[in-house]
Design a protein around this ligand. Structure first.
Ligand code: 4AD
Ligand code: MG
Length: 506
């Protein structure tokens, strides 16, 4: 037995594959099956004259997702899924599936697909996303391991809140309250004082009581922590790290990104140096007070809106023209159907266009109304990154909008030496991090200000009493990165079994 991924090495040979019937159609004496084996997809052609009547009839009746073994000759054919075809000489059925496989090639709603996530994972797009996710994970470990970072596993039950108390999941820990970890950072800081360079890679939990395209209740975070690093060195690591991971995936996942129809223009630009700007400057850009390359954010948004309006007009004109043709009564039946289908498509495009216009209007109003000192929302992040088309690192944030552990900038009082990495194309914050406060008195004050229980942080304060050194780190949200690299509309497709508000099954 061999795997579909190895077909290129077996061109012209007779091989055996084991897998599943993902889809099929038949015509006189032939069954064309989209065959999948986990490593890929290929076409299997089952010819009645070759396999005999019994086998052929069995194949013809075989329900979607039945499992089978096929033997046949490998033929290269660029037009087929996966680029190869098996001309089947023998087949043996392993298990005949029930007839009512819930996911058919027709369109399904997302809720339906999510209810059937355990099966949806088999379809080609989901298959490709999970492969990209795997390559990202591998690249992340490679980056840190090759640079001497020690992987550490932070606890999941914790007695202290790292990222504020508003989104904690509380559980009963032998009669005491405990929280599911929001971040491994504080433990990472302890380990960095023992090992120098460390990173965590584990699940984190946040009760986000709303459905958004960027939030999960359970997500995986990668958190490096580096002794003797300052904010500038931290940003250098973020940049090199994201460049490495994106570069590796572009190289290794060409086929998967093709399945996802990902336009990689912006991903290719990740190899250029990232934009770095202070929060106050970023606000000026968002509010159209600071032009970039001679253009303000509002001019950019106006141009985008005008382009959308023009595109909508062109689509409408196309629809009108086709409708007039149909009404003219001179088209054949086939041509009428063709035009009707095309009109349906165009109407969908119009709907998309209208949604995009709404978004631009929203971005405009949110940019104009942004209050200096506030945290960024998704719209603000989108406007800012649209000005560059590149990842942007925003640093030196007002202390009030950042966590208690962020170091205050001695040269810029009131500002925290924190940094967010914003991904382009509307993906927004993928990394949050910064330099850690080393002044124990300031830390204690911040713990009080944030209304956190001091006793839960005594152990953390010990890190400042014994062997206190400047240090920095960051957290990358794995699913946000997967969504961006794959170009997905929604974070729920980035993880095998998403956990978000209102979803616990399957
Ligand atoms: O910005 P955050 O809250 O930072 C921390 O947790 C720090 N302790 C990290 C550190 O310095 N060690 O979260 C880090 C990243 C975000 O940038 C985002 O990518 C992701 O975690 N993230 C989420 N991803 C999915 N769903 C959610 N609800 C997320 N909340 C944060
Ligand atoms: Mg953040």
């Amino acid at each position: 037995m061999i795997y579909i991924k190895d077909l290129p090495q077996h061109e012209g040979q007779v091989v055996q594959l084991k897998g599943w019937n993902a889809q099929k159609r038949d015509s006189k004496g032939l069954v064309f099956m989209t065959f999948r084996d986990g490593t890929g997809f290929c076409q299997a052609v089952i010819n009645q004259e070759v396999v005999g009547n019994d086998n052929f009839e069995a194949a013809k009746r075989l329900p979607q997702e039945s499992s089978l073994a096929i033997t046949g000759t490998v033929v290269k054919d660029e037009r087929q899924v996966g680029g190869y075809e098996i001309q089947v000489t023998e087949l043996s059925i392993i298990a005949v599936a029930e007839e009512n496989y819930p996911i058919s090639p027709k369109e399904h709603g997302v809720d339906f697909l999510m209810d059937n996530r355990h099966m949806w994972l088999r379809s080609r797009r989901q298959w490709a996303i999970m492969r990209v996710r795997n390559s990202i994970i591998y690249a992340i470990h490679t980056f840190f391991q090759e640079r001497g970072f020690i992987e550490m596993d932070a606890p999941i039950f914790t007695g202290n809140a790292c990222e504020g108390t508003t989104n904690l999941f509380e559980t009963d820990y032998y009669g005491e309250p405990a929280y599911l970890s929001q971040s491994g950072q504080l433990y990472g800081e302890a380990m960095a004082m023992a090992q120098g360079l460390i990173y965590t890679f584990g699940p984190t939990f946040r009760a986000e009581k709303s459905k958004t395209r960027r939030h999960l209740s359970e997500f995986w975070m990668i958190e490096p922590e580096m002794a003797f690093y300052d904010l500038k060195m931290d940003m250098d690591v973020i940049e090199a790290f994201v460049q490495f991971v994106v570069g590796t995936v572009l190289q290794k996942c060409e086929a998967e990104l093709k399945v996802l129809e990902r336009d990689t223009t912006f991903l290719e630009r990740v190899k250029e140096p990232f934009i770095r700007m202070k929060y106050e400057d970023a606000v000026s850009v968002i509010k159209a007070e600071m032009p970039i390359n001679g253009r303000t954010s509002l001019q950019m948004l106006d141009e985008e809106e005008a382009a959308l309006v023009a595109a909508a007009k062109a689509i409408q004109a196309d629809i009108d023209e086709r409708e007039a043709k149909i009404a003219g009564g001179e088209l054949k039946k086939g041509e009428i159907n063709f035009n009707r289908n095309k009109i349906d498509q165009l109407k969908n495009d119009l709907k998309d266009n209208a949604e995009k216009q709404d978004s631009v209007k929203q971005w405009k109003s949110s940019a104009q109304n942004f209050k200096r000192g506030d945290d960024f929302g998704g719209a603000d992040e989108t406007v800012l990154t649209k000005m560059f088309g590149q990842p942007v690192m925003v640093y030196n944030w007002p202390q009030a909008v950042k966590a208690f552990y962020m170091k205050e900038d001695d040269n810029d009082l009131g500002y925290a030496k924190g940094v967010d990495l914003l991904a382009p194309e509307g993906y927004g914050e993928v990394v949050g991090g910064g330099e850690r406060e080393t002044d124990i008195e300031k830390l204690k004050r911040k713990i009080v200000e944030h209304e956190l229980p001091m006793e839960a942080f005594e152990w953390y304060l010990d890190l400042r009493k014994f062997g206190n050194v400047p240090h920095a780190g960051f957290g990358l949200g794995l699913e946000r990165l997967v969504a961006w690299i794959c170009g997905l509309q929604h974070i729920r497709e980035t993880i095998p079994f998403p956990r978000s508000y209102g979803r616990l099954l399957p």
